[in-house]
Design a protein. Structure first.
Length: 424
C-alpha cells in the first residue's frame, strides 16, 4: 500500500495542523483531529479563528473531515502530530501535549502505521520520549510493527506570502524506506520542494537551531539598541546605514515572543545541560530578549519623569498584544511583560488590539481589553505591535489618545523618528 492511498490523520488543528490538513485534504482522505470540540464545530462551519485558512480554502479540501473523537483516528494509517510544545514557568520544555498525543495514537496504532511528528523538540525527543509511549500503549514494536518520521513545521503565522506549499520542507524517517515514503508524502503538497535529512535527530536539530539563530541575532540588535540609546544615537538610523552593505542581516530590535523564537532555544539548552554542557551564548541571548519588556517599561517611565508626569497613578495605553503583527496569535507574547512592569510602577494600563479574542485574552493573561480607547486620556501611548490598522491610522491620530504632554513610544519604528518621542 503506497502513501498515496493511505488515509492521513492530523493531530492538533492549530496554526500548523490546519493548513497541513487542508493541503492534504485537497488530494486524499484526511481526518483532522483536535481535543477542542469548539474548534471542531467552528471548522465544520467553515470558520478558522487563527485566520490562517479561509472559508473557501476549507471548502476546497473536499477529502477533509473533522473530529474530536479519538476512536475515529483508527481509520488512518499515517498520523501527523502538530500539537504545541511550550515551556513551563521555569523555562523547561513541557512535553505534556506531545506525550498525551502519543498516548492517544498508541491506542489506535496498527501494524504498518507511520507516526510523523512536526512539533518543535530537542534532538532525540521523537525516538527517546515519544516512540516509547507509542510502544507501551500499543504493544507494538518500533521499526518492526510501526514506524516514525519527523518533519519540522515552518509555518509563519499571519504571513500570506510564505505559506505551507511555498516553504521547503525538511523530512526524515526511522528507516531509509520510511524516510523516502515520508519525503514523497510531503512532496505531494509542497511545491517548494523537500529536503530529506539523514536521520530524525538531524531533522530535529535543524528545526531547533533555525529559531535559536534568529533569537541570537535579535538579541544582538536589542543589546546594540540599549547601547546606542545610552549614547543618544537612533538605532534605526544606524541599522539603515549598516544595511547598505550587501551581507548585513536585516534584524530589528523588539520584543521576542511567539511559539518559536522565544521558546525553541530553551529546548536546545535543556538537552545540552542534560548531556553535561552548559550553553553560554544561547542563554545570554535569551536573557537579553526576555528582559526587553522591563527595559521598554523603564524607558517609558524615564521619559514620563522627564516631562514631570506623576508615574504612580498615571494612565498608559498599549496598542497591540499579539506576539507579531496582523495575526491573532497570543502565544508567549512578550507585550504582557511591558504591561506587568508598568503595573508594578503603579500605572493603570489599558490594552487595545483589534485582532484578538477578548475572552482568550482574559483567560490567558487576566487582562480586559478596551474596545475604543479614550481620546486625550493617557500619559503614555505605546505602539507595541505593528498591525496594519495602526499603520493606516497614522502617528498623528494615535498620539491623540495621549494628553498634551504625553509620551508616544513607537516600539516597532513604524513611523519616522520625528513622529514619536521614544523607540528602540
Amino acid at each position: 500500500m503506497t502513501s498515496e492511498l493511505k488515509t492521513i490523520a492530523i493531530i492538533g488543528l492549530g496554526y500548523v495542523g490546519l493548513p497541513l490538513a487542508v493541503e492534504f485534504g485537497k488530494r486524499r482522505p484526511v481526518i483532522g483531529f483536535d481535543i477542542n470540540q469548539g474548534r471542531i464545530d467552528a471548522l465544520r462551519a467553515g470558520r478558522d479563528s487563527t485566520l490562517e485558512v479561509s472559508e473557501d480554502e476549507l471548502g476546497e479540501a473536499s477529502h477533509l473531515s473533522f473530529t474530536a473523537d479519538p476512536a475515529d483516528l483508527a481509520a488512518a494509517s499515517v498520523y501527523i502530530v502538530t500539537v504545541p510544545t511550550p515551556i513551563d514557568a521555569h523555562k523547561r520544555p513541557d512535553l505534556t501535549p506531545l506525550i498525551k498525543a502519543s498516548e492517544t495514537l498508541g491506542r489506535v496504532l496498527k501494524r504498518g502505521d507511520i507516526v510523523i511528528y512536526e512539533s518543535t523538540v530537542y534532538p532525540g525527543a521523537t525516538e527517546e520520549d515519544c516512540v516509547p509511549v507509542l510502544e507501551r500503549i500499543s504493544g507494538l514494536t518500533f521499526n518492526k510493527d510501526f514506524f516514525a518520521g519527523y518533519s519540522p513545521e515552518r509555518i509563519n503565522p499571519g504571513d500570506k506570502t510564505h505559506r505551507l506549499p511555498d516553504i521547503r520542507k525538511v523530512t526524515s524517517g526511522s528507516t531509509p524506506e520510511i524516510a523516502e515514503e515520508v519525503d514523497q508524502l510531503y512532496a505531494s503538497i509542497i511545491t517548494a520542494g523537500t529536503y530529506k535529512a539523514e536521520s530524525i535527530r538531524v531533522a530535529e536539530a535543524a528545526k531547533v537551531i533555525e529559531n535559536t539563530q534568529r533569537d541570537l541575532n535579535i538579541a544582538l540588535i536589542n543589546e546594540l539598541a540599549i547601547i546606542f540609546n545610552k549614547m543618544g544615537i537612533d538605532t534605526e538610523a544606524v541599522l539603515k546605514a549598516a544595511g547598505t552593505k550587501w551581507n548585513f542581516l536585516p534584524f530589528r530590535p523588539g520584543l521576542v515572543g511567539g511559539h518559536c523564537i522565544g521558546v525553541d532555544p530553551y529546548y536546545l539548552t535543556h538537552k545540552a545541560e542534560e548531556i553535561g554542557y552548559h550553553p553560554q551564548v544561547i542563554l545570554a541571548g535569551r536573557r537579553i530578549n526576555d528582559g526587553m519588556g522591563a527595559y521598554v517599561a523603564g524607558q517609558l517611565v524615564k521619559a514620563m519623569l522627564k516631562r514631570r508626569i506623576q508615574v504612580d497613578g498615571a494612565r498608559v495605553l498599549v496598542l497591540g498584544l499579539t506576539f507579531k503583527e496582523n495575526c491573532p496569535d497570543l502565544r508567549n507574547t512578550r507585550v504582557v511583560d511591558v504591561v506587568r512592569e508598568l503595573q508594578d510602577y503603579g500605572i493603570e494600563v489599558d490594552v487595545h488590539d483589534p485582532w484578538v479574542d477578548p475572552t482568550e485574552v482574559q483567560h490567558e493573561y487576566g487582562l480586559e481589553l478596551v474596545k475604543t480607547p479614550e481620546l486625550e486620556a493617557y500619559d503614555g501611548v505605546i505602539l507595541a505591535v505593528a498591525h496594519h490598522n495602526y499603520r493606516e491610522t497614522g502617528a498623528k491620530s494615535l498620539r491623540r489618545y495621549g494628553r498634551l504632554d504625553s509620551v508616544f513610544c513607537d516600539l516597532k519604528s513604524v513611523f519616522t523618528r520625528g513622529e514619536s518621542d521614544l523607540r528602540l
